[in-house]
Write a protein that binds this ligand. Structure first.
Ligand SMILES: *[C@@H]1O[C@H](CO)[C@@H](O)[C@H](O)[C@H]1NC(C)=O
Ligand SMILES: *[C@@H]1O[C@H](CO)[C@@H](O)[C@H](O)[C@H]1NC(C)=O
Length: 327
């Protein structure tokens, strides 16, 4: 009898260990697994060809799309050949996992060329976040992307929309990040100057005719520098998550003919307010609601222009593309 009870107790304990410690965390959040390769490639984001850092061939890198409570696993290989890397998850609190914050030299040793490193952390708050390289000037070279955390199934935000989209704004230089870094750290100091382009979701357009002998590197018919098109269906409302990862530029973002209702700033819901343009500084994120309520027989420009100083950099442009016009 004692033996019988004992074995039942053991079964119960084994069951409890399985149910209490194994099953419950899986129910709370999903695991999102990403496999990335970071490398240098020639890219023409604004029609001018230069070296950029890509993740799986892209800059911005793949978006991380998750729900609150999910575990993100990013297994990434450093294929840069001669440079270390670390990736910082901007806005993610890393509760219980400070060693995965990605700040090289502070919370981790850098990942050496040829090595693979696995980041594993929980996204504990809904909102719009960013990730970017945290080594040298690799972020400026293109190593960045967005993180979108929505509420768990069955929960909804204090506002409504039909579709969810993300874009990142950045500034782009034709000089190499090594030239910029050497200038900034030399005596006398050599200023980096104005960016050559403002990119919206990794796309810009540089006026190649302004170049002299370098014009061969610039080709406006290259499909890589076709403006980013945010395709919308008439009358639908879009939650557009906008992040800025500029090095130098404060930007004003607007969409021709459309108001934006700001609903979230840096991962926190805000009392909604309507704006025509949004001032956004580096490292910030906003979510805005935009209803495609204008004449659907044409398209509209989305633009990002440098503010707070005199800049000769052309505005970054993307297309707010009504679906009936879509090829
Ligand atoms: C491009 O630059 C050329 C030469 O400076 C200028 O004539 C032309 O108007 C510019 N084009 C645009 C679209 O700004
Ligand atoms: C510019 O790019 C187009 C399309 O990629 C290509 O066909 C053309 O040869 C290029 N022009 C020059 C001058 O390289």
């Amino acid at each position: 009898m004692v033996v019988f009870l004992g074995s039942n107790l053991m079964k119960f304990l084994a069951y409890c260990i399985l149910v209490c410690f194994v099953t419950v965390p899986l129910v709370e959040g999903r695991v999102r697994h990403y496999k990335w390769e970071v490398k240098y490639e020639f890219k023409s984001p604004d029609c001018y060809k230069k070296l950029a850092i890509s993740i799986n061939g892209r800059s911005p890198g793949p978006s991380i799309i998750a729900q609150q409570g999910d575990t993100i696993i990013v297994e990434f290989k450093n294929s840069l050949l001669t440079e270390n890397v670390a990736i910082h998850w901007h806005g993610i609190r890393q509760i219980g996992t400070p060693w995965f914050d990605g700040t090289e030299g502070v919370t981790q040793c850098p990942v050496l060329p040829g090595d693979t490193f696995v980041y594993k952390f929980v996204v504990d708050r809904p909102g719009t976040y960013l990730y970017h390289a945290h080594y040298g000037m690799q972020r400026e070279a293109g190593l960045y992307g967005s993180i979108r955390v929505s509420l768990p199934d069955g929960e909804s935000e204090p506002f409504s929309y039909d579709y969810d989209r993300s874009i990142i704004l950045s500034d782009w230089y034709h000089t190499s990040t090594y030239e910029q870094a050497a200038g900034l750290s030399s005596i006398p100091f050599v200023w980096v100057g104005e960016p050559h382009s403002i990119l919206i979701q990794g796309k810009g357009r540089f006026n190649c005719s302004t170049l002299g002998i370098e014009a061969g590197l610039c080709n406006t018919t290259n499909p890589e520098c076709t403006p980013y098109a945010l395709t919308v269906i008439p009358r639908k409302t879009y939650q557009l998550r906008i992040g800025s990862l500029t090095s130098l530029s404060a930007l004003s973002f607007e969409i021709e003919g459309h108001n934006m209702t700001v609903v979230e700033a840096d991962g926190h819901y805000v009392e909604p307010f309507v704006v025509q343009n949004l001032f956004i500084y580096s490292g910030e994120t906003y979510s805005v609601l935009i209803t495609a309520n204008q004449d659907p027989s044409r398209n509209y420009w989305a633009s990002a222009k440098v503010v707070s100083r005199n800049s000769n950099t052309s505005n970054g442009l993307a297309i707010f593309n009504y679906y009936p016009n879509h090829p």
